[in-house]
Ligand binder design. Structure first.
Ligand SMILES: Cc1cc2nc3c(=O)[nH]c(=O)nc-3n(C[C@H](O)[C@H](O)[C@H](O)COP(=O)(O)OP(=O)(O)OC[C@H]3O[C@@H](n4cnc5c(N)ncnc54)[C@H](O)[C@@H]3O)c2cc1C
Length: 503
C-alpha cells in the first residue's frame, strides 16, 4: 500500500481554478508564479514530502520526543530531515526576497505546506510556527529585530515558537500572569508557559520565542498584555550567537497524537530573568500576536485538510485490496470497494477533502490580494473576506480532518483499530487540530462576535453575493446534475443569509 501520494494535480487545479492563479500572478511581486512554475514546485515538494517526511511519520509516532536535561531530542531522522528541508529552501517559499525569501504567493505556499502536514504533521509544525514568527516580526518588529532575526527565521536556520498558554490561561489568554519587568533597553521575563510546540528541540541552532507577558503596572485582562522576542541564545549585533538566555524546557507532555512534535512546558527566568525585547508598544501585545495567530489558524485548518487527504488515500487503497463478501451485481467475493456503504464513505471523504482544500486555498489567495493588489478598496475587501473565513477554515477544516480520519479507520474494519496499519495514527494526530490555536468553540465566538458583528455582516454580504452569482451561473449552464447542485447551494446560502440577519 503506498504510504503517501501527494495530490499535486488536484492541488494545481484548485490553485488555478479556485485560487485564480491567473489573477494572483498579475499582482506586483508575484509575476513569476506561472502555472508551469507552480507545477514544478508542487512536484518537487511532493518528492520531498513522500520520499523524506512520510517515512518518518510512523517513526515519530512510535519513538516520540525525549527530554534529556534541558535538551529535547526529536525522533530519529527528524533533525536531519529538517536540515535538508532548510538547505533546499523549503522554509523560505512565501517570504520577502529582501530577507532571503522566495517571494511566492501564499496560495502556492499553502499547497506546499499541505504536503508537509499530510506527509508528517508533527514535522510540519516546526516550519508552521516559524512562518508565523516571520509574519509577526515582518509586520511589527523594530528595524533591529528584523535585522537580527528575520533572515535566519526565513531560511529556517532558526525556528520560531508561540508562547501564549499558561496553566491558568488557555482560551482566556487575558488571564496570563507571566511577568515582564523593564531593565534598561530590554525586559526580564519570568513565568511558566505550557503546551509550547517545538519550544525546545535539536533541529536548529537557535529558537526564537514570541512571548506574551504582563508588565507590573499593566491594566488587568487582555488590555494589559505585551509581546516580547525571547531568543534561546542571545544574538550579538553582528548576528553571531551569544550566551544562553534564561529559558528552558522543563517537561514534555505525553500526548494522544503528534508524538513527533515536542509539546513543552517552558520556564522563563528561573535565575535572573529571561532577556526579551518588546515588539510594538507596551500593552499592545495581544493585538499584534493576532498576526501570528491568524497565520496559524489558517495553517491548522490546512492541517485538517492534509490529514484528511492522507487518511482518505489509505482508506481507498485498503478498500481496493481487502477482499470480503460479494458486492451487489457481482457473483464472487471481491474487494470491499464494491460495497455501496464503503463507496459512500470513500466518496464522502473525497468530497470533504476537496471542499476543504478549495476553501483553504481560496482564503490564502485573498490574503495575497489583501497584501499585493494595487487598488486600496480591493485590498480592503480581500482582507475582510480572509478575516471572515479564517475561523471557518480553522474549525471546519479540522472537524473534517477528524471525521475523515475516523471514516478511514472504519473502512479498515478491525485492522483500523490495530496500530500496525498506521491509519489509527492519523485519527490520533487529527484530534488536536480542533483544540489548539483556539478551540473550535472559540473560532465560533470569533466568527460571530468579532467578524460578523464588527462590520455588521458586510463582508459576509459580499461573500453571499458571490455565492448568488455562482447560483446564477449554475442556472444558466443547465443540466440536471448542476440544477441539483444549484438547489442545494441556494438552500444553504438562504439559510446562511437568514442566520446572519438574525445575528
Ligand atoms: C499539543 C498541543 C500543542 C499546543 N501548542 C501551543 C503553542 O505552541 N503555543 C501556545 O500558546 N499554546 C499551545 N497549545 C495550547 C492550546 O492552544 C490550548 O490548549 C487551547 O487554546 C485551549 O486552551 P485550554 O487547553 O486551556 O482549554 P480551556 O480554555 O480550559 O477550554 C476547555 C473547554 O472549554 C471551552 N471554552 C473555554 N472558554 C470558552 C468560552 N469563552 N466560550 C465557550 N467555550 C469555552 C473550550 O472550547 C474547551 O472545549 C497547545 C496545546 C496542545 C494540546
Amino acid at each position: 500500500m503506498p504510504t503517501f501520494t501527494p495530490p499535486v494535480r488536484d492541488m494545481a487545479f484548485v490553485i488555478e481554478e479556485i485560487g485564480a492563479l491567473d489573477r494572483i500572478s498579475t499582482l506586483p511581486g508575484y509575476e513569476e508564479a506561472t502555472p508551469d512554475l507552480v507545477s514544478a514546485v508542487l512536484e518537487e515538494a511532493g518528492r520531498f514530502g513522500a520520499g523524506v517526511l512520510a517515512p518518518l511519520n510512523p517513526v515519530g509516532d512510535r519513538e516520540g520526543c525525549v527530554l534529556e536535561g534541558d535538551k529535547v531530542r526529536l525522533p530519529t531522522g527528524f533533525a536531519d530531515a529538517y536540515r535538508r528541508f532548510v538547505e533546499v529552501g523549503w522554509n523560505a517559499v512565501p517570504f520577502d526576497p529582501d530577507f532571503g525569501g522566495q517571494g511566492l504567493p501564499w496560495l502556492v505556499a499553502t499547497a506546499v505546506q499541505e504536503i508537509w502536514h499530510a506527509a508528517n504533521m508533527s514535522f510540519g509544525l516546526i516550519p508552521m510556527l516559524t512562518q508565523g514568527a516571520v509574519e509577526l516580526l515582518s509586520a511589527h518588529g523594530t528595524a533591529d529585530q528584523k535585522a537580527l532575526y528575520l533572515e535566519q527565521l526565513v531560511s529556517g536556520a532558526w525556528t520560531g515558537t508561540m508562547n501564549l498558554t499558561e496553566p491558568g490561561a488557555g482560551s482566556d489568554v487575558g488571564a496570563l500572569r507571566t511577568r515582564a519587568v523593564r531593565d534598561g533597553d530590554h525586559y526580564r521575563i519570568t513565568g511558566q508557559k505550557i503546551f509550547i510546540t517545538a519550544g525546545e528541540h535539536d533541529a536548529a541552532e537557535n529558537i526564537i520565542h514570541l512571548v506574551l507577558a504582563r508588565l507590573p503596572d499593566a491594566p488587568a485582562g487582555a488590555k494589559g498584555i505585551s509581546l516580547f522576542v525571547v531568543p534561546k541564545f542571545l544574538v550579538n549585533p553582528d548576528g553571531s550567537l551569544g550566551k544562553r538566555n534564561d529559558v528552558s524546557c522543563i517537561k514534555l507532555e505525553h500526548k494522544m497524537g503528534i508524538h513527533g512534535s515536542p509539546t513543552c512546558v517552558m520556564a522563563f527566568g528561573e535565575d535572573e530573568g529571561a532577556i526579551g525585547t518588546l515588539v510594538g508598544r507596551e500593552n499592545q501585545g495581544l493585538a499584534l500576536m493576532f498576526t501570528m495567530m491568524n497565520n496559524a489558524r489558517l495553517a491548522v485548518g490546512l492541517q485538517g485538510v492534509a490529514i484528511a487527504e492522507r487518511a482518505a488515500q489509505k482508506a481507498i487503497a485498503y478498500a481496493r485490496e481487502r477482499v470480503q463478501g460479494i458486492g451487489p451485481g457481482r457473483d464472487a467475493p471481491g474487494p470491499i470497494i464494491h460495497h455501496p456503504d464503503v463507496r459512500r464513505t470513500l466518496m464522502t471523504q473525497r468530497a470533504l477533502v476537496e471542499a476543504g482544500r478549495a476553501l483553504t486555498y481560496f482564503t490564502a489567495s485573498r490574503l495575497d490580494i489583501a497584501r499585493h493588489a494595487a487598488d486600496k478598496a480591493e485590498r480592503a475587501a480581500a482582507h475582510a473576506l480572509a478575516d471572515l473565513l479564517i475561523p471557518v477554515v480553522k474549525s471546519w477544516g479540522t472537524a473534517n480532518g477528524v471525521q475523515v480520519a475516523d471514516m478511514a479507520v472504519q473502512v479498515f474494519g478491525g485492522m483500523g483499530f490495530v496500530e500496525e496499519t498506521g491509519v489509527a495514527q492519523h485519527l490520533r494526530d487529527a484530534r488536536i487540530a480542533p483544540i489548539y490555536e483556539g478551540t473550535n468553540g472559540i473560532q465560533a465566538l470569533d466568527l460571530i462576535g468579532r467578524k460578523l458583528i464588527r462590520d455588521q455582516g458586510e463582508a459576509m454580504g459580499g461573500l453571499l453575493a458571490e455565492i448568488r452569482r455562482t447560483e446564477a451561473d449554475l442556472a444558466e449552464s443547465g443540466g440536471e446534475g448542476l440544477e441539483r447542485l444549484r438547489l442545494e447551494l441556494a438552500a444553504a446560502s438562504t439559510l446562511c443569509a437568514e442566520t446572519v440577519a438574525w445575528v
